[in-house]
Design a protein. Structure first.
Length: 764
């Protein structure tokens, strides 16, 4: 008896211990979950590790420890990626260190750390480029940016600074191309002189050294007249006129060789460049490069969406520019669709429904169970039953209104189709019998309900063109064929159209109306047909049903269509024989005062020289041209504006020197104004000139970006309107419109912009 009690006690103690251990483990797990929710990932993992050390046989704690480490690492990596995207490199580095301690050797953590190190290098180069821009060394800044863009080709700050510098310089030459150190203008005046003499003159005038291939004829006769041209342009003109090609060895040395395929293969350096495309298709981009650059067949990997080229540095620089323009993301738009089906029913039933039949029924005799032929002989009025329908007075009026509403929101890319189906898939069973008597059934599904097909196209001016197809179908009655198959009658209404809407504009499509008007009457013959009194001897039922389908669609642009900058989209690529990015004609032209100064210096140098021969090249420092007369800007606006009014302001321009374009940014208070429309003025359209006009409105930053460029090289002068803004005043109070950025583009050089006026209005 004592042994049995002791055994029971041991079992009770063991059960209590197991119960207490289970409670303790659950407490550890709950505490770890709480720490995870609070973001204390290290504390959560430490708690679970201590629990596993205390209860090594607990599979629940071990599994939760593994999942907690994985979840903590995932959350930390996500947080680090978000901090990096927001530009917080220090916070991202600290978070990644926590993730590395949490899970050493995680490949994603190491990849992000390498990416942050690359970001630091890119940021250092960006700061160096900005310092070079501040010092006036814009071409050196372009070369610095080009090196940084090779590591981060889509870094927005790098791209923005590159576009700004190229827009200021209107420069087409690649920054990475090795340039000559000499930038002063040079004058050449030779008639039928040997090539060696011309090259010797260039060397003495500019300090550029020439190395000639063995097949270059030095006695070839050259005739050239150049005044105040860039050294590189002068060399290009001389070499291209005599079927020669050049390769810049260093900043002061140029190799000349015959421009033949054999010599190109011998002397021209080759660069292998791999383009990893983010948005464009590799095959389409390869076709673009082949057609524009006439290059050798590139390697295309559609699986990895990359292109590899092996060409000269000049061709690679052109390819980089073309790929950058082509590999841009598609615009995305959110379509807010509201579909409303309004159904109205009106039922009226009014009148007196008289009996329309009398039924006489013979009855069996008393005690008989039924009628016989003999019993019919003795039938009388007492054995005939009469059945007459009752008199019914109809006073009925039914009114019904119902709305069927669907409000889907579709996000899709530009030029991509999207489809919505709200309804049912109706099975239609078809039976097929063979000659042997075997019967096979097949099931097909028919879409019944609301079907909406949309295909948006987002334009750079924030207009959205939508191809829209709407179909609303309803299930009707079932129809059975002679073979036993069941089909259904489907009622449908369709609408197909193409809309062009602004961002946020709502368009209503209505008028898909179905009317069903039925009228029936139950009348006593003759009496019910009387004009007025006939209503007392008749009952009439009027049933009217009206259904209207209404569609409202509103596009919201989430990612706008890319707007390439004019300085990026326009490229001067030289000739067919010497294809490379180069500066457009007119850039670097020396003004008349500079030419006079150069001639004076040349005259002094000639007088001082003991033997000066005609045709010698002269290089002089480019004199600073005196600033041209500043262009004048002025605002034109209404004298009085009330809250809620729409009004137009105009930025007028007066310029004495010829201008080709004026990119600018207008700052406006977005909390006080809505920008409804941005249109081009008439300044650059003088004399029928063709222009390119782009604009973008960013309410978040309060900026209106405007780009105007005249296509011809003559430019425009005089007075006129540059841009017109249609605005709406939202709230009363003072408002200001200012010019945040202004970069005029002249024909012979960029003029001074003058004062930037500020428009001040007091909204009543």
């Amino acid at each position: 008896m004592r042994e049995s009690m002791e055994g029971a006690t041991r079992w009770v103690v063991m059960a209590v211990a197991v119960l207490l251990a289970g409670c303790a483990q659950q407490q550890i797990r709950d505490e770890a979950n709480l720490r995870l929710r609070e973001g204390s990932y290290e504390a959560a993992v430490s708690t679970l590790e201590q629990g596993v050390a205390q209860y090594p046989d607990s599979t629940a704690l071990r599994s939760q420890l593994i999942s907690a480490r994985a979840e903590a690492s995932t959350r930390l990596i996500t947080q680090a990626a978000q901090e990096r995207a927001q530009g917080n490199a220090a916070q991202a580095t600290a978070v990644l260190e926590r993730a590395s301690r949490m899970e050493p050797g995680n490949e994603r953590v190491m990849a992000l750390q390498l990416a942050l190190a690359e970001d630091r290098r890119v940021q250092a180069r960006l700061e160096a480029a900005r310092a070079q821009v501040a010092a006036g060394q814009k071409e050196q800044a372009l070369r610095t940016l080009d090196a940084a863009l090779r590591e981060a080709p889509r870094q927005p700050e790098l791209v923005a600074l590159q576009r700004q510098i190229e827009s200021d310089l209107r420069l087409g030459a690649p920054a990475a191309r090795l340039a000559l150190a000499e930038t002063r203008p040079i004058t050449l005046d030779f008639r039928n002189a040997p090539l060696s003499t011309v090259l010797d003159a260039i060397t003495r005038g500019s300090g550029v050294n020439f190395i000639l291939d063995r097949d270059v004829r030095q006695d070839a006769r050259v005739t050239v007249f150049i005044r105040q041209a860039r050294v590189e342009d002068a060399i290009d003109l001389v070499t291209s006129a005599h079927q020669l090609a050049r390769r810049t060895v260093d900043a002061q040395t140029v190799l000349l060789y015959p421009n033949t395929p054999e010599k190109q293969r011998e002397h021209q350096e080759q660069v292998i460049r791999v383009f990893h495309l983010a948005h464009a298709e590799a095959k389409a981009t390869a076709n673009l490069l082949r057609s524009m650059l006439r290059i050798k067949e590139p390697f295309v990997d559609e699986r990895a969406n990359l292109i590899a080229l092996r060409e000269s540095p000049d061709i690679i620089a052109l390819a980089e520019r073309l790929v950058g323009l082509h590999d841009v993301g598609e615009a995305e738009v959110l379509l807010d669709v509201e579909i409303l089906e309004v159904k109205t029913t009106r039922l009226t039933e009014l009148g007196i429904n008289f009996p329309n039949s009398v039924l006489f029924t013979p009855l069996p005799a008393g005690g008989a169970t039924g009628l016989t032929v003999d019993s019919l002989r003795s039938i009388n009025s007492g054995r005939v039953g009469v059945s007459v329908a009752g008199l019914l007075v109809n006073l009925r009026r039914e009114v019904g209104d119902s709305n069927t509403l669907a409000n889907p929101r579709i996000r899709t890319k530009s030029r991509e189709k999207a489809r919505i189906l709200i309804g049912d898939k109706l099975p239609v069973i078809t039976a097929t019998s063979s000659s042997t008597g075997f019967v096979a059934e097949s099931v097909n599904y028919l879409d019944v309900g609301l079907k909406l097909d949309v295909e948006p196209l987002v334009s750079p001016d924030d207009d959205v063109t939508i191809k829209l197809g709407l179909e609303v179908s309803t299930l009707g009655t079932a129809v059975q064929s002679a073979g036993g198959s069941i089909a259904y009658q489907i009622g449908t209404r369709n609408a197909n159209t193409v809309l062009r809407l602004r961002d946020g504009e709502t368009q209503l499509l209505a008028g898909l109306i179905s009317n069903d008007d039925r009228s029936s009457a139950n009348r006593i013959p003759g009496l019910g047909d009387l004009p007025i009194a006939g209503r007392l001897f008749a009952s009439q039922k009027d049933d009217v049903q009206r259904t209207e389908l209404v569609l409202a669609i509103t596009p919201h642009i989430l990612r706008p269509a890319p707007r390439p900058d004019l300085s990026m989209a326009e490229m001067w690529v030289g000739s067919e024989q010497a294809t490379r990015l180069r500066a457009p004609p007119g850039r670097g032209a020396v003004s008349e005062p500079a030419v006079a100064a150069a001639q004076a210096v040349s005259a002094v140098a000639s007088a001082a020289a003991p033997t000066a021969r005609a045709g010698a090249a002269t290089a002089v420092p480019a004199a600073e041209a005196p600033s041209a007369q500043p262009m004048q800007l002025a605002w034109t606006s209404p004298a009085r504006v009330n809250a809620g009014d729409e009004f137009v302001v105009s930025l007028d321009l007066a310029a004495a020197t010829a201008l080709r374009g004026v990119p600018l940014e207008v700052a406006f208070p977005s909390q006080m104004l809505d920008v409804l429309e941005v249109t081009e003025g008439d300044f650059f359209r003088q004399s029928g000139g063709a222009t390119s006009f782009t604009h973008a409105v960013n309410p978040a930053t309060g900026r209106i970006s405007v780009g105007v460029l005249r296509s011809d090289a003559t430019g425009a002068t005089g007075r006129g309107s540059l841009v017109k803004l249609k605005l709406r005043a939202k709230n009363p109070g003072p408002i200001e419109l200012g010019i945040a950025n202004l970069r005029p583009i002249g024909v012979g050089g960029n003029p001074a912009s003058g004062e930037r006026p500020v428009l001040r209005l007091d909204v009543q």
